[in-house]
Design a protein around this ligand. Structure first.
Ligand code: CDP
Ligand code: MG
Length: 737
C-alpha cells in the first residue's frame, strides 16, 4: 500500500521526497522531561503525565490505595548461588528488591492486585518467587495472558531463567499448542484455555495460585475468568457459602490464591470486585522520554512511519527503534519499504536489522527481537500492540507511534445478524502512554507520535472492556456447559443487552440452546470443540452427512493463525495462474480442500524440500498447512471423545460438505439481488463477495460465507455456493417470519 518513490539520498539531511512530518514540542515539554513517565496514579490530567513527582503511596492497606513494595526490605539474593548472566539480569529487575515483601503479602492475602510498570518483572518473576518460596507447593501456578504469543514467549524465557527445558517444570498451553508435563509447576496459558478448563474442572483444582496477568486489557476471557475465580475461591477456601458439606472439607485443604497483575493503575475496579484485596505497587525504573507530536495529522501512517524511521536513523545516535502498527499487513508492507531503502544505504552507514513481531508468527520466529543486534546495527522492530505491555524488548530508545491499533468489535445490526470484525482504530491515551514508555526502559528516550497533540487529547482515556463490544456466543455456550448464565452472572462490567440477545439467537439457531435457553445435547457436543460454535456445529453435522474427514480438513485450515494463500499485489497474474488448478466451482471451502489434498499427495510422494518448493510455486503458505495438520490431529481427538468417526469421507461429492458447513454458518447466508449484491437472510446487511474469493465475479443465487469484513463496504469472505432448497431445511429464514 506504500508506493515506493525515488529513494532518499542519505548523505543529505533534507533529502526526503515529501516533507517529513514536522514535530511540535508542546509548552510543557520541559515538564515532561523532568517528570518521567511514571504511571503511579490514576490517569487524570489530559496528557496523561503527572505534574508532581511520584509519591510513595501510603501503606495503610486500605482499598484503592496502592502500597509500594519498597527496597527497605532486604531482598533474598536470587543470584547468590548461580550467577549466570540470566540470574544477574533477574536480580537487577526492579521487582527483585521487593521479593521478600511480596512473598509475605501473598502469604497473608487470598487476593492481591499487583500493579507495576511494564518491564519491572511482574510476569516473569512473580511465578518464580512463588515457586521458590514454596507458596504453591500443592498445585500448579497458572499465569494467564490475553495473547498466545505472549504466553509461549514468556514461558520460554522463564524456562531459560529456571535453567530447565521448556515443557518440564515450566510450560505453556495455548489453543492447539501446548507444552507441559506432569512435572509442570508454572504454566503460562491464554485466558481462553483456562476458561475452557473450567468445563472439565469447574474448581480449577489443579492450580493453587492463579495469576491473572494483563488484567487492565479487560479481554472477554479475562473478565469471565475473574468472575469465576471469585466464586471458586469462595468454595475452595471454605466459606459458609458452600452448600455441599463433604465437598467443603475436601476443598478447604486446597485453597486458591489469586493474583491480579496490571500495567496500568486503575486498580480500584479490581479492588472493589474482590472486596478486601490487597493492592501493591512495584516501582519501575523509567527514564525520561521526550515526546514529539506531528504538527499535522498523517493520512498514510505507514509511509509517515517509514520517513520517521529514516529521520531517526540518519539524525539520532545509536539505539533501537520500536514502531507500533495496527496489524500484520501494515507490518509486512512497512518491512518491505524499509528494506528497499536500507539496501541503498551507503556502505559506511550503520546497518539496519528489521524484526517484525505479531501474533501470527510461528513460535520462535520472533525470538531475534530479544537478541542484541550485531555491531554497528540498529534494530528496527515492527510490532502490534503486543509490545505495548505484554512483551518488553530490550535496547529500545526510540518509539514511533502510529496511534492505531486493531480492535475486535461486534457490529450489531438492528435486526440481529451482527458480526465481529477487526477494525483499525485510534488508540487510547493509556496506550499512547504505554507506548511512549517503551522508549525509556534503559535510558532517556524519544517517542515520535504520528498524530497531533489535539488528536492525543481527543483520544479516550482507556479502552472499553471487550465484553461490551464483542460477540458472546462462544463464551455463553461454554458457561452454559457448567451451568452458568452469563445474563445473571456477577461480572466486572455487564455486556450490552443487544449483543447478549444476538448471541442467544445464534446459539438457538445453531441448535445449541432450546427455546427456554437450556443447553441441548447438540450444544454440549459443539462446546467440546475448541472452536467458535459455528465450526463445532459444522463438524457435528458432518457426522450426519458422512464427510467428517473433509470438514475437518477445511475447518483446520480456517483455524490456523496464518493465512493459506499468500497475497502478492505485484504478481497477481502469476498467483491466479498458479492456483488455477485448485479452484473449485463451489467456492472457497472446496478450493481449500483441493489444496489440502494436493499437499497431502505431494507430502506422501516427495521429500520435505520439494514440499516447500511446491508451496512456494503455488503461492501457498506452508506454515498454514503444517499448523492445520496439528489442529486436525487435535480436532480428531475431540471427535473421538464425543463419538464422531473422523475417518468417514464423502469422496468426490461436494454437497455433503457444503451442507455440513451450512449447518454451522446458518447465520451467514445471503441471496443474490438483481443489482448483483447479496442480502443476508438473517439481518439486513447488503454484502459483496470479497475480491479474494474464487466466486468473486460470479453471480450465485445463494451463498454461505465464513465472515464479513468491513472496509469501505461489507464483504463476505470465504464464500461457497449453497442450494436454495437446502436453506429451507436449515431454518435460516426463521427469524424473518
Ligand atoms: O511483566 P512485566 O512487564 O513487569 O515484566 P516482564 O515481562 O517480567 O519482563 C522482565 C524483563 O525480562 C524485561 O526487562 C524483559 O526485557 C526481559 N525479558 C527478556 O529479556 N526476554 C524475554 N523473552 C522476556 C523478558
Ligand atoms: Mg507482564
Amino acid at each position: 500500500s506504500v508506493a515506493v518513490k525515488k529513494s532518499p539520498n542519505f548523505n543529505e539531511r533534507k533529502s526526503f521526497k515529501r516533507p517529513r512530518p514536522s514535530w511540535t514540542h508542546s509548552n510543557d515539554d520541559e515538564r515532561r522531561r523532568k517528570t518521567p513517565l511514571r504511571a503511579n496514579g490514576p490517569l487524570q490530567n489530559g496528557n496523561g503525565y503527572h505534574k508532581s513527582p511520584p509519591t510513595v503511596l501510603s501503606s495503610t492497606g486500605s482499598r484503592n490505595k496502592a502500597e509500594q513494595i519498597s527496597s527497605s526490605v532486604p531482598s533474598s539474593s536470587i543470584a547468590s548461588s548461580k550467577s549466570s548472566p540470566l540470574q544477574e539480569q533477574r536480580s537487577k529487575l526492579p521487582i527483585a528488591k521487593g521479593k521478600d515483601a511480596l512473598i509475605q503479602e501473598f502469604l497473608e492475602h487470598d487476593v492481591t492486585v499487583l500493579l507495576g510498570e511494564t518491564g519491572s518483572g511482574k510476569t516473569t518473576q512473580v511465578p518464580q518467587y512463588l515457586l521458590e518460596s514454596g507458596l504453591a507447593r500443592d498445585g500448579m501456578i497458572a499465569v494467564t495472558q490475553p495473547r498466545r504469543v505472549a504466553a509461549t514467549s514468556l514461558a520460554s524465557r522463564v524456562a531459560a531463567e529456571q535453567n530447565v527445558t521448556l515443557g518440564t517444570s515450566v510450560g505453556y498451553s495455548v489453543r492447539f499448542d501446548e507444552r507441559f508435563s506432569p512435572q509442570t509447576r508454572i504454566k503460562y496459558m491464554t485466558d481462553g484455555m483456562i476458561v475452557r478448563e473450567l468445563m472439565s474442572d469447574p474448581l480449577l483444582s489443579k492450580y493453587s495460585v492463579i495469576i491473572v496477568d494483563e488484567a487492565h486489557e479487560r479481554s472477554l476471557r479475562t473478565d469471565i475468568l475473574i468472575a469465576n475465580l471469585k466464586t471458586i475461591q469462595r468454595q475452595r477456601n471454605g466459606s459458609q457459602d458452600v452448600k455441599g458439606k463433604g465437598k467443603n472439607k475436601v476443598n478447604a485443604t486446597n485453597p486458591l490464591k489469586i493474583i491480579i497483575m496490571s500495567a496500568t493503575l486503575d486498580a480500584e475496579k479490581f479492588g472493589r470486585f474482590f472486596s478486601g484485596a490487597k493492592i501493591l505497587y512495584v516501582q519501575g525504573r523509567q527514564h525520561p522520554v521526550k515526546i514529539y507530536h506531528s504538527s499535522q495529522g498523517q493520512v498514510d501512517y505507514v509511509d509517515a512511519a517509514m520517513r520517521t524511521f529514516f529521520q531517526i536513523h540518519t539524525d539520532y545516535p545509536p539505539g533501537d527503534v520500536l514502531i507500533f502498527l495496527p496489524g500484520q499487513e501494515d507490518i509486512e508492507s512497512l518491512e518491505k519499504t524499509i528494506q528497499i531503502y536500507v539496501n541503498q544505504l551507503p556502505q559506511d552507514r550503520m546497518s539496519v536489522l528489521i524484526c517484525p513481531m505479531y501474533a501470527a508468527q510461528a513460535a520462535g520466529q520472533n525470538s531475534k527481537v530479544f537478541v542484541a543486534p550485531p555491531a554497528n546495527t540498529r534494530k528496527c522492530i515492527l510490532a502490534t500492540n503486543i509490545a505495548e505491555t505484554s512483551i518488553t524488548i530490550p535496547g529500545v530508545k526510540y518509539v514511533i507511534d502510529t496511534g492505531k491499533c486493531k480492535e475486535k468489535r461486534y457490529l450489531a445490526r438492528n435486526t440481529g445478524g451482527g458480526f465481529d470484525t477487526l477494525l483499525t482504530r485510534d488508540i487510547t491515551q493509556s496506550s499512547a502512554m504505554q507506548r511512549a514508555g517503551r522508549a525509556g526502559r534503559e535510558g532517556a528516550g524519544h517517542c515520535f507520535r504520528l498524530y497531533t497533540v489535539e488528536a492525543f487529547k481527543a483520544m479516550p482515556l482507556s479502552a472499553e472492556p471487550e465484553i461490551m463490544r464483542c460477540s458472546l456466543s462462544s463464551s455463553l455456550l461454554q458457561l452454559k456447559c457448567i451451568g452458568q448464565d452469563l445474563e445473571t452472572f456477577e461480572l466486572m462490567d455487564q455486556p450490552a443487552e443487544e449483543s447478549m440477545k444476538s448471541s442467544l439467537i445464534v446459539l438457538y439457531l445453531l441448535g445449541a440452546l432450546s427455546l427456554e435457553k437450556e443447553i441441548t445435547a447438540l450444544g454440549r457436543q459443539m462446546a467440546a470443540f475448541p472452536l467458535e460454535p459455528i465450526y463445532g456445529r459444522a463438524i457435528v453435522a458432518s457426522k450426519e452427512h458422512g464427510c467428517t474427514q473433509e470438514v475437518l480438513d477445511i475447518v483446520s485450515v480456517l483455524s490456523a493463525s496464518s493465512k493459506l494463500f499468500v497475497e502478492s499485489s505485484e504478481q497477481r497474474e502469476a498467483v491466479s495462474e498458479a492456483r488455477r488448478k485448485f479452484r473449485h466451482v463451489c467456492g472457497d471451502h472446496l478450493t481449500i480442500l483441493n489444496v489440502v489434498r494436493a499437499y497431502q499427495e505431494i507430502a506422501r510422494a516427495e521429500g520435505k524440500g520439494n514440499r516447500k518448493e511446491w508451496c512456494r510455486r503455488h503461492f501457498l503458505n506452508e506454515r498454514a498447512l503444517l499448523e492445520a495438520s496439528d489442529i486436525r490431529d487435535q480436532l480428531r481427538q475431540t471427535c473421538e471423545r464425543v463419538g464422531i468417526d473422523h475417518g468417514v469421507s464423502c469422496g468426490d461429492k461436494d454437497d455433503p460438505v457444503i451442507f455440513s458447513l451450512g449447518h454451522g454458518l446458518v447465520m451467514n447466508i445471503a441471496f443474490l439481488q438483481p443489482d448483483g449484491t447479496y442480502k443476508q437472510t438473517i439481518g439486513q446487511s447488503i454484502v459483496k463477495i470479497h475480491p479474494s474469493s474464487v466466486l468473486c465475479d460470479k453471480k450465485i443465487p445463494a451463498i454461505v460465507y465464513d465472515e464479513l469484513v468491513y472496509t469501505n463496504q461489507i464483504y463476505a469472505r470465504g464464500v461457497s455456493r449453497i442450494p436454495k432448497s437446502f436453506i429451507v431445511t436449515l431454518g435460516a429464514l426463521k427469524q424473518q417470519s
